[in-house]
Write a protein that binds this ligand. Sequence first.
Ligand code: DC
Length: 225
Amino acid sequence: MIVTIDGPAGAGKSSVAKLLAERIGFRFLDTGAMYRAVAWAVIEQGISWEATNQLETLAKGLHIDLRGNRTFLNGDDVSEVIRHSDVTTSVKHIADHAEIRSHLIVLQRKLAEGSDIVTEGRDQGTLAFPHAECKIFLTASMEERARRRWDQLSEKGEKVSFEQVLRQQNARDERDRARDFGRLEAAVDAIHISTDGMQLDEVVDTLEKLVREQMTNLSQDGRMD
Ligand code: DC
């Protein structure tokens, strides 16, 4: 069974998807981490963001793996470094690159082969797994999302203002929505959930209930036997 969770930055997708996967015993795929790992490799190698062919060659030669909640790049654990703000601001170049996106989608499908998964990103229910059995579109107001991101960054000791986080988030949302291929949008059959004012556990409870209902429906239809 495949559960997709898509939505804008800061809606809480990663935390929710991780906990949901743990509760229902599914594998968790953080697809944003894959885009971030490629961006990190580009920065490390000092390749220009404009060198689109070089970016593609580099991306296709990388070995990216998601194990548990960790992200590995050519065998190294890069889970922390890919969260730095220089990666966050430049990852758009990777997300906008159609060939790299196609390559990562193939990789996402390979990682999902033979497992029950909860996968989160922007295009999981639309492009990567259009036949997923359960699709969620997770949202929250602009302010709430920015506040959550700002709290996270402040906890890590990064000195940014709330206004700056809000501005960057809006720019990212706009770009994610405007992309020709792989734009942020809800699948037509996605269930929309707004997490405004909800605690993390409440959101996970809501999703767990939805997924378990869907599992029951599928097993009654004989699709999960
Ligand atoms: O969710 P995140 O912030 O870790 O994602 C990092 C970037 O990757 C973000 O700018 C959007 C992009 N992304 C994407 O385009 N498609 C996905 N399936 C996942 C992330």
